[in-house]
Design a protein around this ligand. Structure first.
Ligand code: ADE
Ligand code: ZN
Length: 322
């Protein structure tokens, strides 16, 4: 049981956090059939590409500022009920644009949901603007410029998700430079679907302080040592990794080996309803499958708060809750 442990997450995609019930109600609102992507309480997908396909269809059902306020509010309240005190969510202005919403209305809606969840449940939330790797690199520059202008006070970071099997971080140097120069925290997905060379590619070209996943670094002991020495924080998502068959099961998952090698790891849910998980479930997996004690789970929360893209006063207040 981990209900009493204060939890913090730094890797969750807001579009991927919409429950099947919320997606269904949005589909009814807009008269769209979603039977091909939802079966009861589960999203239907069979591999990474079809997962991304279902994700895009669900995301296109959030079309107004209020739709996004409802999404971030309901998501943050759901994890606050599991003991979460902090959540940093990845947001994608490209998905909003495809749904017909301006990036300004998108972040205003998400920010309003964060405000509501904070006043109802005390949870803190921040937004990491992401570009999408399998969209084009020019679009990423526009997204970075938008984030760099700080259109909402809850925007504190910049990152990249999408299909890691395509292209290189070298194509996104300009976008990441714009975001870094504006003082945003930097993270990026690597070492999930691709191996250690992809993590090295990310470190070389965009110099992140954190890596989304990064778990396949375990295939390269020199890289693991480098991550430990440099204090690069991994945003580990065990349920997602097993669901997407990055590892066969939790027995094969490298979380414990990475921790033992001195790498800083955090626990995260990625796209929770797609992978049948939640932040609370990830902490339970860490306890039941990886044998972390209550104290070690608290340490994991501490690592997430120390790595969070948040102002020092808020960080100190959150750390005091541990
Ligand atoms: N976008 C949403 N979920 C993702 C994941 N697990 N990897 C890369 N991009 C994503
Ligand atoms: Zn992710």
């Amino acid at each position: 049981m981990t209900g009493h442990i204060p939890k913090a997450e730094i890797h969750c995609h807001i579009e991927g956090a919409a429950s099947t019930a919320l997606v269904r109600s949005q589909a009814e609102k807009y008269g769209v059939d979603v039977d091909h992507i939802i079966d009861g309480a589960r999203f239907k997908w069979v591999d990474f590409s079809s997962f991304l396909g279902a994700y895009d269809i669900a995301a296109a059902l959030f079309r107004t500022e209020e739709d996004y306020a409802l999404l971030s509010q309901t998501y943050l309240e759901s994890i606050a009920a599991e003991g979460a005190i902090y959540s940093e969510v990845f947001i994608s202005p490209d998905h909003a644009r495809i749904a017909g919403l301006s990036p300004e209305a998108y972040v205003n809606g998400l920010g309003e949901g964060i405000r509501r969840a904070n006043s109802s449940h005390g949870i803190e939330g921040r937004l990491i603007v992401t570009c999408v790797r399998h969209f084009d690199a020019e679009a990423a520059i526009d997204v970075a410029r938008f984030a760099a202008a700080r259109p909402h006070p809850t925007i504190t970071g910049f990152g990249m998700g999408g299909d890691e099997r395509i292209g290189s971080h070298a194509d996104f140097v300009r976008a990441f430079d714009i975001a870094r120069d504006a003082g945003l925290g930097i993270t990026t997905h690597a070492g999930e679907l691709a191996g250690p060379e992809s993590v090295r590619d990310a470190l070389e070209h965009v110099r992140p302080s954190r890596i989304g996943h990064g778990v396949r670094s375990i295939e390269d002991p020199a890289l693991v040592e480098h991550l430990a020495n440099e204090g690069i924080v991994l945003e580990v998502c065990p349920g997602s990794n097993v669901s997407l068959s990055v590892f066969k099961g939790f027995d094969d998952h490298p979380l414990t080996a990475l921790r033992d090698a001195g790498v800083k790891v955090t626990l995260n849910s990625d796209d929770p309803p797609y992978f049948g998980t939640s932040l609370g479930a990830e902490y339970a997996i860490a306890q039941d499958a990886f044998g972390l004690s209550d104290e070690e789970l608290r340490e994991t929360t501490r690592t997430a708060l120390e790595a969070a893209f948040v102002d020092e006063e808020t960080r100190a207040g959150l750390l005091a809750k541990l």
